[in-house]
Design a protein. Structure first.
Length: 369
């Protein structure tokens, strides 16, 4: 708290501050948002590693997927048991946007699949829709619905487009293209609705490989403008189906949101189940991944170079923007802070409730006072 107070005094006096408290007078700070149950949006100042804002979500908090507008002013939270979206202004916790997707006997679910346009004026939701009838549920075609973020507290769909099924995470490129991660990775033109397969994953055509298995529930990669997910696959070394002569492999798929470039790469043998992973900022040849243990991989050598046993499982991994710290979140109520070099635990952020399947989202903006 003393450091936070010192940062405030620096702003008032317009004097120079040490970079550990404020990057520059009135400058940007590094923040994280995450959701905890039963329904709280937590804003964490990573400079002091403390919660500086607690905002109530007007609904059941889960799944708690959160993304932040490019100017850092507003967090959009998927809540209401996968159905409703709320825009929450971070300075004062006011709810400035809401889209209640289910109407009447139409049940609409979004499986953590939402994204913002680069300018922040549009919100994209992938919608799985069902009609609840007296004797059955009737599945309807899936679609991407577009909302105007200025639509207020009862926002209506501005336009919608037919889309692939089973989409989870989504990201928008700098040119406005919407990338959707599902069985494959798709790209969509959000003005026309035209879409195509950008990278075949489950449906790849590589010989001697099984279809890929991807657990894609957490929108990762905002710290360096990419969409990133890890996969597992079986490589047949002999006859197809001969598990005695096969290798279990891990790899990643990534989309560079600045250029639209797509990369796929194997990086190690599969020896443990890992939910999320990211390359380390500043050392992109190292990939960190987590579930019950922390694993660090050398991408060039395609091997594990470090491991750390954890007190409990963590679903979601993220980095400070300079790559010096690793944040482990999800599952319970604590965010573990690790030194990225040594993997030593150097801190913890305790919250009022558990995060369950919520992600963490890291961004920069002017100080929240």
């Amino acid at each position: 708290m003393k450091r936070a107070l010192f940062g405030l005094i620096c702003v008032v006096l317009m004097s120079a501050c040490d970079e550990t408290t404020m990057e520059s007078t009135g400058g940007e700070r590094e923040y994280m948002v995450t959701v905890t149950r039963p329904g709280q949006l937590n804003v964490i100042d990573l400079g002091i590693e403390e919660i500086v804002q607690k905002c109530q979500i007007p609904d059941a908090g889960m799944p708690g997927t959160a993304i932040v507008s490019s100017d850092g002013s507003t967090a959009y939270v998927l809540a209401g048991r996968w159905s409703n979206v709320y825009g929450i202004r971070l300075d004062d916790c006011e709810v400035v946007f809401s889209a209640l997707q289910s109407k009447g006997n139409m049940r609409v679910i979004s499986m953590v699949s939402m994204a913002l346009s680069p300018t922040g004026d549009e919100l994209y939701m992938h919608q799985t829709r069902s009609l609840l009838k007296n004797d059955r549920y009737e599945s309807l075609p899936t679609q991407v619905a577009v909302y105007k973020t200025g639509g207020g507290l009862d926002a209506a769909v501005d336009r919608s487009f037919a889309s692939p099924r089973q989409v989870t995470v989504m990201k928008t490129a700098h040119d406005g293209t919407l990338f959707m991660g599902g069985k494959d990775i798709y790209r969509m033109d959000v003005q026309t609705g035209a879409w195509e397969v950008a990278l075949a994953s489950l449906n790849h055509s590589y010989r001697n490989y099984t279809p890929r298995d991807v657990l894609s529930m957490w929108p990762l990669g905002e710290i360096y403008n990419e969409m990133f997910r890890i996969y597992t696959v079986v490589k047949w070394l002999g006859e197809e189906g001969d598990m005695e002569n096969a290798a279990m492999k891990m790899g990643y798929e990534r989309v560079d949101l600045k250029t639209g470039e797509i990369e796929e790469r194997e990086f190690a043998d599969l020896e443990a189940i890992l939910f999320t992973g990211l390359r380390r900022p500043g050392e992109l040849n190292k990939l960190y991944a987590v579930l019950n243990e922390m694993h660090v991989f050398d991408l060039d050598k395609q091997e594990v170079i470090a491991r750390k046993k954890l007190d409990h499982a963590y679903y979601c991994l993220n980095f400070s923007m300079d790559g010096s710290k690793v944040y482990l979140a999800g599952t319970l109520s604590d965010i573990a802070i690790l030194d990225a070099d040594s993997l030593e635990t150097i801190g913890s952020i305790e919250m009022d409730g558990d995060m369950a399947a919520a992600n963490t989202y890291i961004f920069k903006r002017s100080a929240i006072l």
